[in-house]
Design a protein around this ligand. Structure first.
Ligand SMILES: [Mg+2]
Length: 458
């Protein structure tokens, strides 16, 4: 019996994280981690939850954009969408009047992410699988059909994608079993927020080392002197074997997984993130001056749409053994395409809610695999960690076939608001989500929505 999308609701959910300095960096000094959240309903027992991530003011504008996009779904049959999610994505992003206020960027694209993610969440729930499992169980043809391909075929054709997926098909089952056993590699950001005192950073870094983390990220860009001091402080802790749990073997800094990462004697890796504060020449000067703390990569050194600027920075820093990462503010798949074509990045940091939902992410994952660029998703905020473990599992099991050179970002904030929160195992790796009702893990507790709905919070 065909069903229909019948109605939707949106929620402007804001957590007052600015009060504690969580999430602070050189650009974003007062983040209130927020979600523009959507729930899609059908005339049968099926609901989809989706969101995009925001940091406070303006979330109401994204909610309004979600409403105009979601309205178009009412009366349509969800199964028609599920049958070809790539085509559904083209239709969802292709309203000619709404396209004018993008196209495929800014508020309308954030809103598209929320709605597309909600449809994918619903699709996975309808098949009683977590989202990653729904997608890795697709045939190569089905996966290609689920992908947003428009404008990227000069970098990757459907035929090439199909051949890549077919080449990886044989090992899918084995990789799925392996990642369930060991978890997916991760790194922690929540020790090094810019607004934290040295004492707090030292304390949190020691805690993170004890908890099994091996990759650490610190925010930079406000003051070179402060960054050097804090960087040396963090390195002094993560490079000291005495700070690690006794009896636990430390990673070998010369192992293939850690090659090129400037790992210290304990195998610990430090990354730095400037959140777009510098001009290109300034980025090069500043990061060279941080050579002493031996970062693996500089994240978001400059404006997120400046492809050639990133390429120049990467070229200038290569002799120092420091890579370039970006992507959490990359507008869309075309930005990633150009970053890859211009050899501007070592690491692609896809964002589950900045790209226009799962179908567009699939396009970027396929291109990254073809160009041999590592995928280390952006996470943290609220809900992003819950999303990205699914995307990295799809990448590992069905697309690139490798994970040990990747790490997913993790921060410890706000997971308690989700019905199917992500979790980290004792080796500092993401646990594979396995709940058959969990969908895309995007469902928030109704009481969290009620408590933090804006306005209305006391
Ligand atoms: Mg970042």
């Amino acid at each position: 019996m065909p069903g229909k999308f019948t109605r939707f609701e949106t929620h402007d959910v804001r957590f007052p994280t600015s009060l504690t300095g969580d999430g602070t960096d050189a650009m974003n000094t007062d983040c209130d981690y927020s979600a523009a959240y959507v729930v899609l309903y059908t005339d049968y027992d099926l609901v989809g939850h989706g969101m995009t991530f925001t940091i406070g003011r303006g979330t109401e504008i994204v909610c309004h954009a979600i409403q105009v996009l979601a309205k178009r779904l009412i009366g349509r049959d969800p199964e028609e969408f599920f049958a070809n999610m790539g085509q559904a994505w083209d239709w969802m992003s292709g309203d000619s009047q709404l396209r004018w206020i993008g196209p495929e960027k800014g508020i309308i694209h954030l809103a598209l992410a929320a709605v597309n993610n909600a449809v994918w969440d619903m699709f996975a729930k309808s098949r009683k699988k977590p989202l990653w499992k729904l997608i890795v169980d697709m045939t190569p043809e089905e996966l290609v059909n689920a992908t947003a391909f428009r404008y990227i075929t000069d970098a990757l054709t459907r035929e090439e994608a199909l051949a890549m997926l077919k080449a990886k098909e044989g090992g899918k089952r084995e990789r799925e079993a392996y990642v369930k056993e060991v978890g997916y590699p991760a790194y922690i950001t929540s020790a090094g927020w810019l607004g934290y005192s040295d004492d707090k950073v030292a304390h949190l870094t020691k805690e993170a080392v004890q908890a099994g983390w091996t990759h650490f990220k610190m925010k930079v860009g406000a003051s070179l002197e402060d960054d050097l001091r804090r960087g040396k402080l963090i390195r002094s802790i993560i490079d000291d074997p005495k700070n690690y749990p006794a009896g636990k073997p430390l990673p070998d800094p010369n192992s293939p997984e850690l090659k090129g990462r400037n790992a210290g004697p304990t195998g610990a890796v430090l990354m730095i993130d400037a959140n777009q504060v510098w001009d290109v020449e300034e980025a090069i000067r500043y990061v060279k001056a941080l050579e002493e703390i031996r970062p693996w990569f500089i994240e978001e050194p400059t404006a997120p749409d400046d492809i050639l600027g990133h390429a120049a920075i990467r070229k200038a820093l290569a002799p120092y053994g420091i890579g370039v990462a970006t992507g959490e503010h990359a507008l869309n798949r075309m930005t990633f395409k150009q970053l890859f074509q211009a050899e501007a990045v070592d690491i692609a940091q896809i964002d589950a809610c900045r790209l226009g939902g799962v179908s567009e992410v699939l396009g970027v994952l396929l291109m990254a695999a073809k160009f041999g660029v590592l995928v280390c998703p952006h996470a943290g905020g609220v809900g992003l960690c819950e999303h990205v473990i699914h995307l990295s599992l799809i990448d590992y099991i069905a697309i690139s076939g490798s994970m040990e050179r990747n790490v997913i970002e993790y921060s410890s904030h706000l997971h308690e608001h989700f019905v199917y929160p992500c979790s980290i195992n004792g080796k500092g790796r993401y646990v594979v989500p396995e709940n058959e009702n969990g969908g895309y893990s995007t469902e928030m507790h109704p009481q969290s929505i009620a408590e933090y709905e804006f306005p209305g919070r006391g």
